[in-house]
Ligand binder design. Structure first.
Ligand code: AMP
Length: 117
């Protein structure tokens, strides 16, 4: 699994405020901001403030931070008023992960088909 040093990590720079983002929620451990290329009317990324490369690494190192991440994702979806939503964690380049800092995509606001492509 690829990793990115925190100093070169896009999402670490957003968490630190060095790159602007449209923040829609935050907790002590997590930050939620709108995806720059939305795939749906609601498309928010929820990231841990701490740099870990993917969701499995977050789960392996802190169940509390994982629960905080999922809780913030659910709170954001609730505030967006979508009737249902999808949480997506692309894991690994073969699954289209492009930023190697753990994140959940919160996707909703349109009909979502299954299975995803
Ligand atoms: P993934 O491909 O699962 O690693 O998701 C990375 C996501 O980050 C993609 O959906 C991108 O559109 C999104 N993204 C890339 N740069 C930014 C940025 N500066 N602000 C917000 N979202 C971004």
């Amino acid at each position: 699994m690829s990793d990115t040093p925190a100093e070169d990590c896009l999402f670490c720079r957003i968490v630190a405020g060095g790159i602007p983002a449209t923040v829609v929620g935050e907790t002590e451990h997590s930050l939620a901001f709108r995806d720059i290329e939305p795939a749906a009317p609601t498309h928010v990324l929820v990231v841990p403030r701490r740099h870990v490369p993917d969701l499995a690494a977050l789960a392996a190192t802190s169940a509390d931070e994982l629960a905080d991440l999922v809780g913030l994702a659910a709170a954001v979806a609730d505030r967006e008023g979508v009737p249902g939503y999808r949480l997506v964690a692309n894991t690994g380049a073969a699954a289209q992960q492009s930023v190697f800092h753990a994140h959940l995509h919160v996707i909703g606001g349109r009909d979502l088909t299954w299975p995803p492509g």
